[in-house]
Design a protein around this ligand. Structure first.
Ligand SMILES: Nc1ncnc2c1ncn2[C@@H]1O[C@H](COP(=O)(O)OP(=O)(O)O)[C@@H](O)[C@H]1O
Ligand SMILES: [Mg+2]
Length: 211
């Protein structure tokens, strides 16, 4: 059986990942492509428990290395329990965040070396990488404004503007280094315009992998 495709959606806080996940789901359904959608950190019962630890504001003393290692612990479980078996069964996997988020948040945001992250990526994933990544890009102040309107902030969302600027820069750097895998969507405009961009990107992704 043909392997399913692995698509990830990335972007900093308020970029529109959850909002555009719905668009991707509708698009794939309209093409009769079987898929599951999931998220990181999380996606399985154990990984969601690790997510709770990571997002809990009361864990303010969590050190940067522990944060990175917990992200990859959750990812190892997610890959083995859900992502790999699903792809092997021929279904697509759409994930709200994956390893690019570790480079952006723990690398760019926290300042951990990319070398450390690369080692963990190699250990936990072997050669597995997303087939395509949609990077939702938005100026940090507008994203944060949208997050504030959405409700209460978690352990990451309460960080300073400079933290999120480093994250955005790291994401854009990743996109530049992986131009074949990355598709950038500007989510600053109104949702109708964003959907137009999303449609173009999803047509490209499905055309390139299903032919
Ligand atoms: N293009 C858009 N224009 C205006 N508001 C948007 C747009 N896209 C998303 N939003 C709103 O911004 C907020 C953050 O979006 P969300 O999808 O939750 O972001 P993320 O999951 O990336 O943090 C939500 O309240 C959402 O309704
Ligand atoms: Mg979200």
């Amino acid at each position: 059986m043909m392997q399913g495709k692995f698509i990830t959606i990335e972007g900093s806080e308020g970029a529109g990942k959850s909002t555009n996940m719905c668009f991707v789901q509708d698009f794939l359904s309209s093409k009769n492509i079987e898929f599951i959608s999931t998220r990181e950190p999380g996606g399985t019962e154990i990984s969601e428990k690790i997510r709770d630890l990571l997002l809990d504001k009361s864990n303010s003393s969590l050190c940067d290395d522990a944060e990175l290692l917990l992200m990859f612990a959750a990812r190892a479980q997610h890959l083995n329990e859900l992502i790999k078996p699903t792809l092997a069964a021929g279904k697509w996997v759409i994930s709200d965040r994956f390893t690019d988020a570790s480079y952006a948040y723990q690398g760019g945001g926290r300042g951990l070396s990319w070398e450390k992250i690369t080692q963990l990526e190699q250990w936990v994933q072997g050669s597995l990488r997303p087939d395509a990544t949609i990077l939702l890009d938005i100026p940090v102040d507008i994203g944060m404004q949208r997050v504030r309107e959405r409700g209460e902030a978690d352990r990451f969302e309460q960080e300073q503007l400079s933290f999120f600027n480093r994250i955005r820069d790291a994401y854009l750097r990743l996109a530049k280094e992986n131009p074949k895998r990355f598709h950038i969507v500007d989510t600053q405009p109104a949702i109708e315009d964003v959907h137009k961009q999303m449609r173009t990107v999803m047509e490209m992704i499905t055309d390139s992998v299903t032919l």
